[in-house]
Design a protein around this ligand. Structure first.
Ligand SMILES: C[S@@+](CC[C@H](N)C(=O)[O-])C[C@H]1O[C@@H](n2cnc3c(N)ncnc32)[C@H](O)[C@@H]1O
Length: 192
């Protein structure tokens, strides 16, 4: 399933405000995110969704954003600082083998994966790491671009998630995307 990683310069295009006409972050995320939550986002790029996540969790919440590219993280932090949201953001650099969120076992209320899973080398390991971080019953919004991810590949991603203890709760309609809301099964092992 692994594809090459999105080039850093594409991060500027993905964070362009015009994208809001097709995919409005506040509207897409509001049903899942509330004040005070701890939210994780893997592969935030330069933060098209991250800043709205930080607004939705409010001053008492936090957003942990983990990307494998230092340039994405640096730009994300600059944007968050300009928006006055840096205090709510914990931006981390992932390694190729791990997201580096072992300190968050059972602490995460919601996880966003937007246009990132098709870039990962080991999807099953990734979902197991995710399952450890999420609280039982917590939600995960998995979204993939239709242009890069065919229906069969999306179904394979859902199967990998199922092996880690997730169930599909909804198939939200998001423009130019394949999307699923997954819930971590209550009673699923914290080891995934
Ligand atoms: C296509 S971009 C999507 C960015 C953002 N989610 C959006 O929709 O605008 C994919 C992002 O995932 C990141 N990424 C790829 N592999 C990763 C990994 N193993 N861990 C964390 N981030 C990763 C890339 O660096 C890039 O920022």
């Amino acid at each position: 399933m692994a594809q090459r990683v999105c080039p850093w310069w594409l991060g500027y295009l993905l964070a362009c405000p015009l994208r809001r006409f097709a995919q409005d972050p506040a509207k897409l995320l509001a049903p899942y995110v509330r004040e005070g939550m701890t939210v994780l986002e893997a592969g935030p790029g330069m933060g098209f969704f991250t800043l709205d996540l930080a607004r939705l969790v409010g001053p008492s919440g936090r957003v942990v954003a983990v990307d494998i590219q230092a340039r994405m993280i640096a730009s994300l932090k600059r944007r968050a600082a300009r928006a006055g949201l840096l205090e709510r953001l914990d931006a981390r650099l992932a390694s190729a083998s791990s997201l580096g969120v072992a300190d968050l076992v059972g602490a995460v209320d919601f996880w966003l994966l937007f246009a990132v899973v098709h870039e990962l080398p080991a999807v099953e390991t990734f979902f197991a790491e995710l399952a450890q971080a999420l609280k039982p019953g917590a939600g995960l919004l998995l979204v993939e671009p239709v242009g890069h991810v065919k229906p069969a590949q999306f179904e394979a991603e859902l199967q990998a998630a199922a092996k880690a203890g997730f169930v599909v709760a909804d198939r939200p309609s998001i423009r130019r995307s394949r999307a699923a809301l997954l819930l971590k099964k209550v009673g699923a092992s914290v080891r995934g």
